[in-house]
Design a protein. Structure first.
Length: 254
């Protein structure tokens, strides 16, 4: 990996993909700044990488604006921001609820939007930069038992696509990262099959390489991404029927 990025800010940097990315960019010579709600683990990551830790709850817009300002003032302008903080909340019972959806949107969509709002004018003034939004292949199609999480990631993908052209005019390279299943705390409680699951270090390697390329989206693993892409181009009535049939088959095996 090249030393293209001098200063990297990673949200959700205390565990999983964020932690793995912090280690990878630190090894490449970047000054890594990490944020998350877990201040203790965050401090450990900062010591490990020789970087800096800024505890942050991404659902608090005032805190996000303050932390981004502090990073710019104390650490210097960020070349690459990886907005990786995310959450998956289990349903309280059989039915999904509006409250469950709201919790997902607060973290996975609005938490990203607050950070982008704070980053955008600073990067524009600094002459540009790269912002990567970490979504999910779960946002490609409506998968059973993921209505809250999948909806938030689908909305994030739309948000990224809608903003890409105008940010490009401001010399800000907006990227969308759409991983499949990765061994992180966020999937630990999943009670359904997770095909082609990757270790966090392997995911970080793919993401870092992808962010060096000009493509808008970084997707992996291909064995999961391509079938979901094919599903997405089918008429909606066919798509939901196929997904429902797959769910029935999975139900019989459980």
């Amino acid at each position: 990996m090249s030393a293209r990025y001098r200063r990297v800010w990673i949200t959700g940097g205390s565990s999983g993909i964020g932690h793995a990315l912090a280690r990878r960019y630190a090894r490449a010579g970047a000054h890594v700044v990490v944020s998350s709600r877990n201040a203790e683990k965050l401090a450990e990551v900062a010591r490990e990488t020789g970087g800096a830790a800024y505890p942050l709850d991404v659902t608090d817009p005032e805190a996000v604006a303050r932390v981004v300002g502090e990073i710019w003032e104390k650490e210097g302008p960020v070349d690459l921001a990886i907005l990786n903080a995310g959450a998956a909340f289990k349903r309280a019972g059989r039915d999904d609820t509006a409250e469950n959806l709201k919790k997902h949107l607060d973290v996975n969509l609005l938490g990203v939007a607050y950070a982008l709002d704070a980053l955008r004018p600073r990067m524009r003034e600094a002459g540009g930069g790269t912002i990567a939004l970490v979504g999910s292949l779960a946002g490609y199609v409506g998968l059973p038992r993921t209505s809250g999480y999948g909806t938030s990631k689908a909305a994030l993908a739309y948000y990224a696509e809608a903003l890409w052209a105008e940010l490009r005019r401001e010399k800000i390279d907006l990227k969308l990262v759409s991983p499949g299943f990765v061994k992180t705390p966020i999937v630990a409680a999943n009670e359904f099959p997770m095909p082609f699951i990757l270790e966090a270090d392997a995911a970080a390697r793919i993401i870092a390489r992808g962010l060096e390329r000009p493509a808008f989206e970084v997707t992996f693993p291909r064995r999961l991404a391509w079938p979901l892409r094919l599903l997405r181009v089918l008429p909606a009535s066919w798509r939901v029927a196929l997904i429902a049939a797959g769910e029935r088959r999975a139900g019989r095996k459980r």
